[in-house]
Design a protein around this ligand. Structure first.
Ligand code: DGY
Length: 324
């Protein structure tokens, strides 16, 4: 029997690409340059599976290309807001993602940004590199203490729960959370002594640090807007490792510039890789280039998870991480 035909849209860790070569008739993207809409359409017409990632917009127009051969889209990423899920469903395509395997590393980046923002690490790094550091001083580059402070989590899924564990058990932080969904099991809440807030507004006003963990979606677009930023504490910090469009950039920039809040730490951006130009002029925002899952271990695990999902599909079984 011939091997299923698979198209991968970006470079993957070499050990996962090697497995793909062994198991499938695979087309890899040696250049790592994102594929055009036409190339993605062609892949859906010529391959049995398309394996895109968070940087590939898989729009309704692409999904509705006629004469499709593909039956499954195995997304390399837990977030799947890059795929028009309604159109995929309408076209009878199976979509899978990669939950679980990137939880800890993404939570680590949220903690890193929290610490960077609180302790003014980007400013300090810049000072040293630019040769402007004049030496230690009792009042020099004072930040804020993290231990014992209150951390508010918007969204309380896997990654938020991992952040809560690290923050509570590692830094003695008090945990608040807001979720519009059913809360997790009571033992998860008890483990970090978390309290649920009834509204986002309540959480914003009670937290020293606010970390975003809600999915990118039309519903969550600009969830953090000017009105809500004004509810944060003047000493507050906003951390975003979720999706860029959850925050209104213009409003956050104003909040940081006018010091309604003290700092922010961002790993994701609306329209990335473009970064809202206002952020580049501010010294009270720590900026990372979407590094949440960027460890060797996690990226290999993500690739393996896609392999597991498509293997199940081609074996006629239900893929473990089926989204639709
Ligand atoms: C995801 O998997 O959704 C991440 O944003 C990639 O790090």
């Amino acid at each position: 029997m011939s091997k299923p035909k698979v198209v991968v849209t970006r470079r993957w860790p070499s050990e996962v690409e090697a497995k793909l070569k062994e198991l499938y008739d695979v087309t890899l993207n040696e250049t790592d340059v994102p594929m055009t809409a036409d190339a993605l359409k062609g892949a859906l017409q010529n391959a049995d599976a398309l394996l895109p990632t968070v940087t590939d917009p898989i729009t309704a127009d692409i999904l509705r290309v006629p004469n499709k051969r593909a039956r499954i889209i195995g997304n390399f990423g837990v977030g799947y807001n890059n795929i028009d899920i309604a159109a995929a469903k309408e076209q009878g395509l199976v979509v899978t993602n990669t939950p679980g395997v990137l939880t800890d590393c993404t939570a680590d980046i949220a903690m890193l940004l929290l610490l960077m923002s609180a302790r003014r690490a980007s400013e300090g790094d810049h000072l040293v590199r630019s040769g402007q550091w004049a030496g230690w001083g009792p009042t020099h580059l004072l930040g804020q203490k993290v231990t014992g402070k209150t951390l508010g989590l918007i969204g309380f899924g896997r990654i938020a729960q991992a952040v809560a564990k690290k923050a509570h058990h590692g830094f003695g932080m008090k945990i608040l959370f807001y979720t519009p969904r059913n809360p997790p099991a009571q033992e998860v809440i008890d483990d970090v002594q978390a309290s649920r807030c009834a509204t986002i507004e309540e959480l914003l006003s009670k937290s020293d640090f606010v970390s975003l963990h809600c999915p990118g979606s039309a519903e969550n677009r600009h969830l953090i807007n000017e009105e809500r930023l004004k509810l944060m504490r003047p000493a507050g910090h906003l951390i975003n490792t979720a999706r860029g469009d959850v925050v209104d950039n213009r409003a956050l920039c104003k909040a940081l510039k006018e010091r309604w809040i003290t700092g922010a730490g961002l790993d994701v951006y609306e329209g990335e890789p473009n970064v809202y130009p206002g952020f580049l002029e501010l010294d009270n925002v720590a900026l990372l280039p979407h590094l949440g899952s960027a460890t060797v271990e996690t990226r290999v695990a993500m690739g393996n998870r896609v392999l597991e999902n498509i293997a199940a599909f081609f074996a006629g079984q239900e893929p473990r991480d089926r989204v639709v």
